[in-house]
Ligand binder design. Structure first.
Ligand code: TXA
Ligand code: MG
Length: 339
């Protein structure tokens, strides 16, 4: 038997110090991986990201390969602070600056005219780039130490449910999973609001927990919302099915008295804001407060998708702009996209 006693500390670290030491070691490893051109899974306040050095095209290409994502779908570059913005963009309209100041670090991505520093691999050849400062202490430490930008989509296979816990990433990528910086469960739960700042007024490309009303109040400008189906931009959610379970998934609108689907002999799962109108095999309920519902949404979808069901029924989100991001994800998860 190997005796480890000689290697043990005389005074064990208190839990706080032990946690700090583990975080330090994890960040050192993540930094080394990024510098070597490898992928790293990073925690953010929204969802976990699959990160690579944004200035290393070969590293960025590994993201597309692992996700199975078309190379034409541009990536968000994550930077440590607002001060880094002008390294990556060539023009910053005043209203974009106001948004960055108001919401960074936070769940907001800004699309701006790119600088020459940004490789085509990141933007899919477009002349714009999406940027954000994520609000997660570990990842901010990593970005500061890296002193650059990391391109990171959500750490899931293309079109599938985004991960809000390390275990979700592991379940999708298995042995191919890159090094994970474990930052615990994500507090935000759905992806950032994406705002295009290429025009004279802000344009919401993907709804999220920062609402159009907040963008309007911060900028003092009218805010447009993109109609995905007619968009020429290659952006979030042009694929009608996205953020989707592998199990067949349908949408249910309780308030419209939609008929409960015929599902005799099927193993059915339900996710909604009140109990399902009929008995199902597995029923999960989301809180009626939107920030809490967002926090739990993807974990609930992962759970339903892993439960070997025949059908998942998702209840449409309530009315109101606070629910825009969640409504969008529920529609897309059920293959309905936005109207
Ligand atoms: O919260 C988030 O935004 C997460 C975390 C990891 O930061 N990231 C994320 O990345 O959701 P991803 O790649 O799953 O979604 C980013 C979306 C894509 O649909 C992409 O098309 C759009 O942003 N996008 C990126 N760059 C763009 C650009 N230059 N113009 C328009 N859309 C862009
Ligand atoms: Mg994604």
């Amino acid at each position: 038997m190997v005796c480890l006693r000689g290697f043990q500390r005389r005074t064990p670290l208190n839990p706080k110090d032990a946690e700090a030491e583990a975080a330090k070691a994890s960040l050192a490893q993540a930094l080394a991986e990024l510098r070597a051109g490898h992928l790293v899974v990073i925690p953010t306040e929204t969802v976990y990201g699959l990160a690579a050095d944004a200035e290393n095209s070969a590293a960025v290409n590994k993201i597309f390969a692992l996700k199975g994502r078309p190379a034409t779908r541009p990536l968000i570059v994550h930077v440590p602070s607002l001060d880094h913005l002008d390294r990556w963009v060539s023009q910053i309209p005043a209203y974009a600056y106001d948004l960055a100041q108001a919401f960074w670090p936070g769940p907001l991505s800004l699309v701006l005219r790119r600088s020459t520093r940004v490789p085509d691999a990141v933007t899919g050849g477009q002349d714009s780039v999406a940027l954000r400062v994520p609000a997660h202490a570990l990842t901010l430490d990593l970005l500061r130490a890296f002193n650059g930008g990391v391109a990171a989509p959500s750490a899931n296979r293309y079109g599938r449910i985004s991960p809000t816990k390390p275990a979700h990433v592991q379940a999708q990528f298995g042995k191919q999973t890159p090094y994970i910086v474990d930052g615990g469960p994500c507090r935000g739960g759905i992806e950032s609001t994406i705002v295009s700042c290429l025009g004279t007024q802000p344009l919401i490309l993907r709804p999220g927990m920062i609402t159009a009303a907040q963008v309007a109040a911060t900028t003092g400008l009218a805010v447009a919302e993109q109609h995905h189906a007619t968009s020429q931009l290659r952006t979030a959610g042009q694929d009608i099915t996205h953020y989707a379970p592998q199990t067949k998934t349908i949408l249910f609108q309780r308030e419209r008295n939609a008929p409960w689907p015929e599902m005799k002999d099927l193993q059915v799962g339900f996710l909604g804001f009140a109990p399902p109108p009929e008995k199902v095999h597995l029923a999960l309920q989301l809180p009626s407060e939107p920030t809490l519902a967002a926090q739990r949404l993807y974990a609930a979808l992962h759970k339903l998708d892993a439960a070997a069901l025949d059908l998942i029924v998702l209840e449409a989100a309530p009315e109101g702009s606070q629910w825009d991001g969640i409504r969008d994800r529920l529609l897309r998860a059920s293959g309905r996209g936005r109207p």
